[in-house]
Structures are given as C-alpha cells and as structure tokens.
Design a protein around this ligand. Sequence first.
Ligand code: G6Q
Length: 541
Amino acid sequence: MSNAKPAAAWKALESHAATMSKTHLRQLFAEDRKRGERMAVEAVGLYLDYSKNRVTDETLRLLVKLAEDSGVRDRIDAMFRGEKINVTEKRAVLHVALRAPKDAKILVDGKDVVPEVHSVLDRMAAFSNRIRSGEWKGHTGKRIRNIVNIGIGGSDLGPVMAYEALKHYTDRSLDCRFVSNIDGTDFAEAVRDLDPAETLFIVSSKTFTTLETMTNARTARAWSLAGLGGDESSVAKHFAAVSTNAAEVTKFGIDVANMFGFWDWVGGRYSMDSAIGLSTMIAIGPERFREMLSGFRQMDEHFRTAPFTSNLPVLMGLLSLWYNDFFGAQTVAVLPYEQYLKRFPAYLQQLTMESNGKHVTLEGTPVEHETGPIYWGEPGTNGQHSFYQLIHQGTRLIPCDFIAFAKPLNVVGRHHDMLLANVFAQTEALAFGKTPEQVKAEGTPDWLVPHRVFEGNRPSNTILAERLTPETLGKLVALYEHAVFTQGVIWNIDSFDQWGVELGKVLAQRIIPELESSSEPALEHDSSTNTLIRRYRAQRS
Ligand code: G6Q
C-alpha cells in the first residue's frame, strides 16, 4: 500500500517480530500466570482462546494499529453500506444482506435489497415445506425422497458442508446428494440407486453457464426423462433452479416458478445462505435455516461494532496474518474436533484461498507482502494419527485453529470427554513441547533423546462453543468470512473477484473439440500438450 500510515505499522511489526521470533510460549506463560484467562475473547457464544499464540500485548497493539491504519474500519462500513468494493467486477459485496433483518435497509444503486432477500427466503420456505410434507408430488404421484444438488465451487461446497455439518438436524426420510465434478462417475454414483420418480434435482448455478454444472444438469434431465417415460412435462416436477440468470434457466426448460434467484452482489463462495442453500433448507427445514441466518447476523453485528481488540474476526485475521507475513508460515491448519464438520476445512479452502489468493493490489500493482495462506485440515482426532507429526516435530511453522464443542450431539459413553481431552492435550503439547531434560528424566537413552524432543512454541487458537447448531454454524462461517475480509483490506487486494477461476472456465473449451473431432485435429499447443492430446485420442480408441 502506498499510504505511509500502514507502511509505518508494517515496519514497527517487522522489528517487533525479530524479538518475538526468539521468544518461547513457555516463557510467555511463565511471565504471566493469568495469560490463558486474559488472552481470550468471548462474543456471540463463541469463546476464542488465543493465548497459545506467539504474541504479547505489544504484538496485539501493533497488529490492531496495522488494521486501523489500513482502513479496516472504513472498509467494513463501506461493505455494509453496499458500496462497490469488489472493484475489478464493479460490484457490491453484500453477503451480509442475505441475513439482514426484515426492517434493515441496504441500498444497491439506490434500491433497497432487503425486501427481495426476504421474498426469496419466503418462497424457498414454502417450496421446502411442500417437499418436506410430501405435498409436492413427482410426475408419477410419488413423494420426493431424494434431493440432488447439481453445482460446483461456491454452488456446491457450501451446501455440501452445511448438509454434513447439520446432518443431526436433517429429516432422515429425505436423502440429499451432491454432484459437482464433470467426471461422469460423480453423477453415476450419485444416482445409481435412486428412483427418478422420487428424485428432485436442484440445478444451482449463479451464471447458469458453468460447463460442469450444465453438463451434469443435461445428463440429469436425460436420466430423469428416461426413467419417467420421456414426458417433457415431468421436468417441472423434478427440477428446480437456483440462479441469477432467468433467461438461461427458461432456455434449459425449468419452470421459472421453480426458480429461486439471487444477485450479482453475492459471491459464489459467500452464497451458502442465499438461495444456493435451498438443499440445506429442505434438509433442515425453514425454521432451522433461519436460526442459521441469525447466527450469521450475530457475527456480522459483532464484526461491525466491536472494538478491534475484542473483535473475533479481526483478531483471527490478524493472528494468521502475523505468522503469514512475519514468520514465513505458508499454511493454516483447521482442525475441527467434531465429526459433523468434516467438510468444513474444504469449505474454508475456497473461502480463504479464492478470496485472498491474489498477487496484485486494488491499484493493480504487485503486492508487497505475502497474501492468502494455504488452508487445509481434517477433523480430529484422525489427523493426530497422520499429519500432526509434522506440526509437532517438523521444520515448518503451522498455526492451527482447533474448533470444539462442550456438548456432543450424540452422547455415546465417555467419547466426548476423550475427544475434548485430545483437543486440550494437543494445544498444550504444541505450545509447551518437551525439553531434552524432561525426555532424559523419563529414562530415555541419550541417543534417542533428540528424536523425542518437542520444541514446542507451535501456535494455536482454540475456538470453543457450546454445541454445534445451525446458529453456531452461521457464526463460525461468518467468523471466517470476516477474518478473510480483514486480511484482504490489510493486503489491499480484491478479496471478491476470482479471475483464476474464470480462466479455468474458458481453457478447457478450446480442447474439447480437439478431443471429440472424428478426423485428426491440427494441434497448435505446446509440444507437451499436443503429445498428450494425441496419446489420449489413440489410447481411448
Ligand atoms: C466462487 C467462484 C466459483 C463459482 C463456481 C460456480 O466464488 O466464483 O467457485 O461459484 O465456478 O459458478 P456458477 O454458480 O456460476 O455455476
């Protein structure tokens, strides 16, 4: 950023980082016996313990100063006001409007968008209730038992994650499946045991032109028609669409009465609480869906109003930026100790990496700092028996977000205490490690001591909530959405475009005819691509 204020804040953090890189968490905890109580924030029912980070009060003061000097406050207000902060696409960024209360007013180009949001939600609720009650009948008069969402990227990952995360709350007489990949196996496996007469497809695509989704949708249409005797009128009973593109939806043959709209100010990866969440609403019911929206809204309000020093998304954003930009950390591990959150890390990968994987600033000049870290993770305790080794004893610094809940959704014997014991033990071991003296004192022979030493000083956040509910899920997703936003502002990048994804959408289109042409095509790629195409054509036949 050209502005002198953030430049000074970056500089101050650089020299502070030189000191902090020599400071061990053992020392920080020894110097302040109340550190674990002090360095924690609780807001809207989420408790964040950030004491096991390599930070002092001074670090936080400097990080908050960086956020302030980078204009985070102004940009938060600009987003909530509906300004076109997605500059490369000239669009407002208003996922917060998707969960705004009915009496809120948010203007885009002079028009209040809140009434439209609620009218779509009401239509979704009516549709979901008809499916859930069995009032909606398929072409042959049977009730719908299977919902297949067809979509990809932002039109898939949110619905998949939410369905898995909220499975406990779903109507088990309905089965939800998800088809995203253009690999025919995805479709084939999803429908292999389904009865077309009981199956409803939801074609979810903002643009309604995405190659994968439209190909899968056409295949689904053919499969459905074949199973229902070829009567075109059956499409109206077995297909719904979620899109911003009414013209394409109609062209595809889906009745616009079964179309649920959203708007260009909702980014794909920020759309799980728009009509893209239709499958979620059918699965958990409109009431629970509204509870999820309430969770999102509570976190939005917290983000908008809380001072940065106690603002959960701002703190989370700043802490991962601290390691990313001052300690050379390349990744962040997200480790939910909750089986239902098994797809949460995959969901976050898109949210964080598509948003902040950018190499130029808003002005189009090269960024001066490393941007978006790589997000990855698996639910605990499974990861403990595989990749945690590297986090504990490898040579890389990997900040971790541990996520856990006080109350289990399935009470099974002593399992939950054992699960939570693992969360606490892992964060403790990562922070404090095991010294050579401790290892020796256990009677370890000298030659083995180095192998059994844990340096410790591995940072982690622990997020603790009471229970995984739709409301809690909304809060968690909004927490990461706004942490990503905070970082994007500080790096001065556009967190809301995705030109890299757009490129992928056009590249394959050039090659498809070369693979399908019956005569040998004249290839004008590089020698590697040409050879691969020829080899594929030869081997396939
Ligand atoms: C998300 C991205 C991308 C998008 C998919 C699907 O932010 O833009 O993942 O969601 O490419 O696009 P459609 O919904 O238009 O099919």
